[in-house]
Design a protein around this ligand. Structure first.
Ligand code: 13P
Length: 248
């Protein structure tokens, strides 16, 4: 019922040299059972979109909440769409931390993205201190309530659970911990948006997903795919992750 989604977040990495990875990915891993999404830096968006064709969707990594105006350095959702994007990552912990984005900012951006016809990939996740204080579910619940706009659908929203302490560290939660949070997110979505949207919305896990741990993560209930950082930069790493998702 939910199509699996392998999403790559290139963060602030990549120039024209990296376009070869898109060709390699397309050639080596057709993966008909998996949707593939690459979110390159904005400077590469149109070139990645052209290189990816229909096989791979592309997305931005952030957008402004306004449609246009005097916001030097910012990019609107409509601009992302114009450059070929169908998705945009919003509320990534690096945006929340580096740019002080709070749940309301993420909600405003998600509304702008959806209004422009994009799918908002909304990120939530706890810090290590919050996990150690046994506050994980309370934090995730608050972020979901604050960051997701009303009236979303399973087509224009994807949720990514990314524990902050697992990003770029090589550490991942236990599979039980991942399952606990994903089940919690599923229930929260069902309660707020009803069973239709709640059961159809895709929930991704992100944080140190590698070819070596992907199979285990994808076997966890309510994990519908991954949001992959470092390992999405090279087709030789991202390809096996996509294959693991296809086979899950
Ligand atoms: P890593 O896969 O590099 O840990 O990054 C995860 C992430 O932040 C994806 O958005």
């Amino acid at each position: 019922m939910r199509r699996k989604l392998a999403a790559g977040n290139w963060k602030m990495n990549g120039t024209g040299d990296n376009l070869a990875q898109i060709a390699a990915l397309t050639a080596a891993h057709p993966a008909p059972g998996v949707d593939i999404l690459i979110c390159p830096p904005a400077t590469l968006l149109s070139r990645v979109s052209d290189a990816a064709g229909n096989a791979i969707a592309t997305g931005g990594q952030d957008c402004h909440a306004a449609g246009s105006g005097a916001h030097t350095g910012d990019i609107s959702a409509a601009m992302l769409k114009d450059a070929g994007a169908t998705h945009v990552i919003l509320g990534h912990s690096e945006r929340r931390e580096d740019h002080g984005e709070n749940d309301q900012d993420v909600r405003d951006k998600a509304n702008a993205a959806i209004d422009a016809g994009l799918t908002a990939v909304i990120c939530v996740g706890e810090s290590l201190a919050e996990r150690e204080a046994a506050n994980t579910l309370a934090i995730i619940g608050g972020q979901l309530a604050g960051s997701i706009p009303d009236g979303v659908t399973a087509q224009n929203m994807v949720i990514a659970y990314e524990p902050i302490w697992a990003i770029g560290t090589g550490k991942i939660p236990t599979l039980d911990q991942i399952g606990e949070v994903h089940d919690f997110i599923r229930t929260a979505l069902e309660k707020r948006f009803g069973p239709g949207v709640g059961r159809s919305t895709r929930i991704l896990y992100g944080g140190s997903v590698k070819p070596s741990n992907a199979e285990g993560i994808f076997a966890v209930s309510n994990v519908d795919g991954a949001l992959v950082g470092g390992a999405s930069l090279k087709a030789e790493d991202f390809g096996p992750i996509i294959t693991a998702l296809e086979n899950a």
